[in-house]
Design a protein. Structure first.
Length: 451
């Protein structure tokens, strides 16, 4: 079979790689002048900037870590200081507790909030027959309103740059949804442990945050090298039309038509809808319910000594309703070796998302000013930055609202009938681990078409 993979982001590249392993001739058609989509790494003024994701969870099954092993890309663990994290809430920076004693002393929750959290195992599970619910509703029901606001909502902001009231539990937090299906967090974890007894061990599991040495670009470069001439950059697709007579698809590339046995649409829902609107209007209409939010990353580089020693750690997230404009800040130089010149400090400040899309309408100078003021207030950073830069994405963060799985089922059904497969962020996942693991599903879909 010969398959077109439209979109050369990490989802499209991973899909093409897995298809190739399955004996399918997969060709990546990428409109831009480089592969990788939003994923990329650049070095400016001696500071290493990630253009999108800066790390992945090592424990992701069939995710980036496993792919990196196959490709020979060296992965490094984050610094032990990454365990220290903070939440800016009620006008102050408060450290996330790392053990029960620290939690008992923490000011993140009142004693009532702590009691509500400890009562989680006593609460009944939600009726499985009920429809999807938001992460915020689930957290309030199971953990109490204080924990929902102080712990879960900022966590959701860190992943989706969104309000937890708008994010689907089933689609956006699959691990929590699975535990809920087993009776809740504590009961669900106990059930998971019981089911895991006797399972064969495949060696020590990696844990925590990891990243390719030198940045995420290493994964993209390795995939492109493996695929070779099958990655065609600067190739703009203008339409995808089912060719039912021949049993495949006809793809318009400029003024030419190329025929394939099917196609993987590894682009945003908005772009995919445009490509199929003329010939698969039902799919185009269904894709209209999928949205992405704008995002802007502001990088601030400071001279050595600018960050107080007691603020070495992962960084902080900002609770909703606070005076700070940024959504969160990652202390890149504390996490990874070589991200800043010796002793220097590199901060990555996140703005926009579904929580504050208006922030992305600000010019670079205004965003940098907000970032400088906010990190000075929250972290106590001193002095003027020696490096400032902004990375913007108009469609930066895919959103997974309540009812996402139901809408996705309609989209996948419409696509399957036209010998198309949907991939990429906002479909079957958002995190890089999800996008890479989803390549296996893509292969299964293509195999389902037959020769």
């Amino acid at each position: 079979m010969r398959i077109a993979v439209i979109g050369g982001g990490i989802a499209g590249l991973a899909a093409a790689y897995r298809l190739g392993q399955a004996g399918v001739d997969a060709v990546v058609l990428e409109a831009g002048l480089r592969a990788g989509g939003v994923v990329g790494t650049s070095k400016v003024d001696g500071f290493v900037r990630e253009h999108a994701a800066n790390a992945i969870l090592a424990s992701g099954v069939d995710g980036v870590a496993d792919l990196a092993d196959e490709l020979g890309v060296e992965m490094v663990a984050s610094s032990p200081s990454a365990k220290r994290r903070w939440i800016w809430i009620d006008g102050a920076l408060r450290e996330l507790p790392s053990n029960p004693i620290a939690f008992a002393k923490s000011e993140l929750l009142t004693w009532r909030g702590k009691l509500a959290l400890f009562a989680e195992p006593l609460r009944p599970a939600r009726d499985r027959r009920l429809t999807d619910e938001s992460v915020h509703d689930w957290a309030t029901r199971r953990l109490g309103p204080e924990a929902a606001r102080a712990l879960i909502a900022p966590f959701i902001t860190g992943i989706y740059a969104a309000d937890a009231r708008e994010v689907s539990l089933a689609a956006g937090m699959k691990a929590f949804a699975a535990l809920e299906a087993d009776g809740g967090l504590v009961r669900g974890m106990l059930m998971k442990m019981i089911r895991g007894r006797g399972a064969k061990s495949h060696g020590p599991k990696r844990r925590g945050l990891i990243a390719p040495r030198g940045g995420m670009q290493a994964i993209i470069d390795a995939l492109v090298a493996k695929l070779g001439p099958r990655v065609r950059i600067g190739t703009s697709v203008t339409a995808v039309r089912p060719d039912r007579a021949a049993g495949g698809v006809a793809i318009a590339i400029g003024d030419k038509i190329e025929r394939f046995d099917g196609a993987v649409l590894a682009v945003s829902a908005k772009t995919a809808a445009k490509l199929v609107s003329a010939d698969v209007p039902g799919l185009a209409a269904a894709l209209g319910g999928f949205v992405r939010a704008p995002a802007a990353l502001v990088y601030l580089g400071f001279a050595p000594g600018a960050l107080p020693p007691d603020r070495e750690g992962f960084g902080f997230l900002v609770a909703q309703g606070e005076a700070l404009r940024l959504l969160g800040c990652v202390i890149e130089s504390s996490l990874w070796p070589g991200r800043a010149p010796d002793g220097a400090v590199l901060l990555r400040c996140i703005f926009g998302g579904a929580r504050d899309p208006e922030a992305c309408a600000l010019d670079d100078a205004a965003l940098i000013a907000h970032a400088k003021a906010d990190v000075a207030k929250a972290l106590g950073v001193t002095g003027e930055p020696i490096h400032t830069s902004v990375v913007r994405w108009a469609e930066g963060v895919a959103q997974l609202p309540v009812g996402h799985h139901e809408r996705l089922a309609v989209v996948d059904g419409q696509a399957r009938a036209a010998r198309l497969v949907m991939a990429g962020a906002g479909m079957h996942g958002v995190a890089l681990n999800d996008l890479v693991a989803d390549a296996r599903r893509v292969v299964a879909e293509v195999r389902g078409w037959g020769a």
